[in-house]
Design a protein around this ligand. Structure first.
Ligand SMILES: [Zn+2]
Ligand SMILES: [Zn+2]
Length: 353
């Protein structure tokens, strides 16, 4: 089968591998669509990864939909349902693989499971014709959810987690820092599935601001052209944003997030920070800001799929480009070199729906 394999830092290669075999409790999935994500780039170019396997080779990819091709020993039902798992079922796969037996898992805090694994980061992922996954991480796709949308369940689940952790109240003003892929999923969620009264997005790329306005975001600002804090205060009679969701991770973006948050407001940091960041924390302390970090998902997949099935969140409209598996290494290289390639989906097998 074809697969995109990481072979050491910065090297992604299209390779021909033998089909993986579903172990006990696992299924073999024939991939239909996958999504390319900033964390794939982080994995390829920045993480030398103490959790990489011994020879440094790893099949990449973690946002995926597909069709079940084979069941390993002991596989019976979808998690927490009576529904049997059958060969031929269309599924989305939650790439986060917690142990489900530690204290964090018992509390539903899967993201902080000390034995956490993850497709495409610490075990072979879905940029391949076939991949294996634990049956506990499968979600059957309803007829209303196409294969491409199924692959977008993961970034949407992350966006739901960001919005959950932001704990909005009805009528809040929310500012998103960064209108890239995850910022756009957060914006779509806030627009159609939240009590936010007003949504503001800070994004330097004009085409992304244009896309956000077309989605229905009324207020967009370029952080290069003006102070985001000033812009937000102008729109809020000097108060600042009740809630800010930061989706970039650079010092500049985090500083903008802090300065846009109103006193005693909440600032959620979701961008992956790189190294130590020089930050002015005056407003954080003197304004008594509540700041918290957020990463990936806890238990958001089934809700993400239900929201897509409801038709309220047109996630496939956020996809800017659909490429083939062969084009993945080049797309990753371009994105790494700073070329804006938007949200990219990978069509692995288009025989589906
Ligand atoms: Zn992702
Ligand atoms: Zn655990």
């Amino acid at each position: 089968m074809r697969a995109i394999q990481k072979q050491g830092l910065g090297r992604a290669v299209l390779v021909d591998l033998s089909d993986p075999v579903a172990g006990p409790g696992e299924v073999l999935v024939r991939a239909r669509y996958a999504g390319l994500c900033a964390s794939d780039l982080h994995k390829l170019y920045r993480s030398s990864g103490e959790k990489d396997d011994a020879n440094g080779k790893l099949v990449m990819g973690h946002e995926c939909s597909g069709v079940i091709e084979a069941l390993g020993a002991g596989v019976e039902r979808y998690p927490f349902t009576d529904r049997p798992i059958r060969v031929g079922d269309r599924v989305a796969v939650d790439p986060l693989i917690p142990c489900l037996s530690c204290e964090s898992c018992a509390r539903g805090q899967y993201m902080i499971c000390p034995k956490l694994s993850h497709l495409g980061l610490w075990r072979d992922g879905c940029f391949a014709d076939k991949f294996t996954a634990p049956a506990t991480r499968l979600y059957p796709l309803p007829d209303e959810v196409g294969d491409l949308e199924g692959a977008m369940a993961e970034p949407l689940a992350c966006a739901l987690n960001f919005v959950d952790k932001a704990a909005l109240k009805c009528g809040d003003t929310v500012t998103i820092i960064g209108g890239g892929a995850i910022g756009q999923f957060v914006a779509l969620t806030l627009l159609h599935a939240s009590p936010a009264a007003e949504i503001i997005v800070s994004e330097p790329v004009p085409a992304k601001r244009e896309k956000l306005r077309a989605m229905g975001i009324r207020h967009t600002v370029s952080p290069i052209e003006r102070s985001v804090g000033d812009y937000v205060r102008e729109l809020t009679e000097g108060r600042g944003s009740d809630v800010v969701i930061e989706c970039v991770g650079t010092a500049g973006a985090i500083q903008d997030a802090l300065s846009a948050t109103r006193s005693q407001g909440r600032c959620v940091l979701g961008g992956l920070p790189e190294g130590k960041l020089p930050l002015d924390l005056h407003h954080l302390v003197f304004g008594e800001l509540e700041v918290r970090g957020v990463l990936a998902t806890d238990w958001h997949f089934s809700r993400a799929i239900r929201l897509i099935a409801s038709g309220r969140l047109p996630v496939s409209r956020l996809v800017d480009r659909i490429i083939s598996l062969e084009e993945v290494p080049e797309a990753m290289r371009q994105a790494h070199e700073g070329k804006d390639i938007g949200k990219v989906a990978i069509r692995i097998d288009d025989s589906g729906r």
